[in-house]
Ligand binder design. Structure first.
Ligand SMILES: NC(=O)c1ccc[n+]([C@@H]2O[C@H](COP(=O)([O-])OP(=O)(O)OC[C@H]3O[C@@H](n4cnc5c(N)ncnc54)[C@H](O)[C@@H]3O)[C@@H](O)[C@H]2O)c1
Ligand SMILES: [Zn+2]
Length: 353
């Protein structure tokens, strides 16, 4: 077990990471806990929650992205006030990224901000969403459009929870892990060395700590996403989010894998990324999923990319492209050129089949 410290000018988060972290640190949260979890996690870990948090109120939201909405947020506030939670309470977000995002937002608003401890239970939330303090709900059909920056005082990352995670959710987490691999040479080498055992739990436990360390460093340099450092964490996400808006059916992590695959094509065609390096990243993606869809109307889906937060205007698209081992580069493309390359990549994928 190890502690990773995220130290930014305005705050410090401690991330307890490794087997045994839950048993050691969760009981120390104290009597004032208000636990937020989802229906799947509650069904699997209800006994553990009650034996750890005793009589603390537990608010269970329906599992799934659709719970990240303002109606559920209001219900959380209703329950918190009914239970008499004071400014001294600690919100405990026990679940995946959906629970973490909405519980983080609730904690940042309740009585102008109460303490929050994140206990991520999916691979994706362990390597990514529980660290860095971005909170959000979706609104009016737009993902993550209402939110705050609000840092957890502690994050408890325990591989214990991964044992019950379906393979599809492991795949989602690996989407973000491969993203880190395209940004960080050390993580890239680890992934290449272990490419035949990417789903192995012992491997996932060790690479999780590497990813958190990478994210903690980036967030400590650019907490509010202003200087450009944090923007790199969006690798694969411009296209991933565009497809996510258009096709909907899959989950965030799967779209990150797909987005990274398409953006590798753009990076290569734009001369930013050499074929051999692009091939090695593509091979890693294919170890995680052999289903990269050849979207038939990719060009139309690409139109959705113009709404990406990174764009300064809606006539161009910005992507963070893998360049060399451990290095990424921003590419800004006119919207029509971007759409054309996305469509070309989809055609190349269709021909492979
Ligand atoms: N705040 C950030 O910086 C950030 C970063 C990345 C993603 N996100 C957000 O995170 C969300 C995706 O997170 P996610 O992939 O964890 O999704 P999720 O929270 O929906 O969890 C995925 C599924 O796994 C189930 N689950 C959770 N823990 C489990 C366990 N231990 N065993 C069995 N099943 C379990 C959940 O009930 C759910 O059905 C998206 O809303 C995305 O926007 C936020
Ligand atoms: Zn992501």
């Amino acid at each position: 077990m190890q502690d990773i410290i995220l130290s930014a000018p305005s705050f410090k988060s401690v991330i307890h990471c490794g087997a045994g972290a839950f048993e050691k640190y969760a009981p120390l949260i104290g009597d004032n806990a208000f636990v937020i979890t989802d229906s799947n996690v509650s069904a699997l870990y209800g006994d553990l929650i009650s034996s750890t948090f005793g009589a603390a109120p537990v608010f269970v939201i329906p599992a799934g992205e659709r719970s990240k909405n303002y109606k559920i947020l209001i219900k959380i506030f209703e329950k918190m006030t009914e239970c008499g939670m004071t400014r001294k309470c600690t919100v405990v977000a026990l679940g995946g990224g959906v629970v973490g995002d909405i519980a983080g937002l609730a904690a940042s608003l309740y009585m102008r901000g109460v303490k929050i401890v994140q206990i991520p239970t999916t691979l994706l939330s362990q390597v990514d969403s529980s660290v860095g303090g971005k909170t959000a709900i979706d609104f009016n059909g737009v993902k993550n459009v209402i939110g705050t920056f609000y840092q957890p005082s502690e994050v408890i990352v325990d591989p214990l929870f991964l044992k019950t995670l379906p393979a599809r959710e492991i795949r989602c987490g690996l989407g973000e892990i491969i993203k880190y691999g395209a940004l960080d040479g050390g993580i890239y080498n680890t992934l290449i060395k272990n490419q035949d055992g990417l789903f192995d739990l012992a491997f996932l436990e060790s690479v999780t700590a590497d990813c958190i360390r990478h994210k903690a460093k980036v967030v400590s340099e650019d907490e509010k996403d202003l200087s450009g450092a944090r923007k790199t964490l969006n690798l694969g996400h411009t296209t991933g989010h565009a497809f996510e808006l258009y096709y909907k059916r899959k989950s965030h992590g799967e779209f990150v894998l797909i987005g990274t695959y398409y953006e590798l094509y753009i990076a290569q065609k734009s001369g930013v990324c050499e074929k051999s390096y692009a091939d090695s990243l593509r091979a890693l993606i294919k170890k995680v999923t052999n289903k990269i869809p050849a979207y038939a109307d990719a060009e139309q889906a690409a139109q959705a990319a113009k709404y990406d937060k990174k764009n300064e205007r809606q006539t161009s698209v910005s992507i963070v492209a893998p360049a060399k081992i451990g290095r990424s580069e921003e590419i800004i493309l006119p919207l029509d050129k971007y759409a054309q390359l996305i469509a070309e990549c989809a055609r190349a994928l269709a021909e492979e089949k």
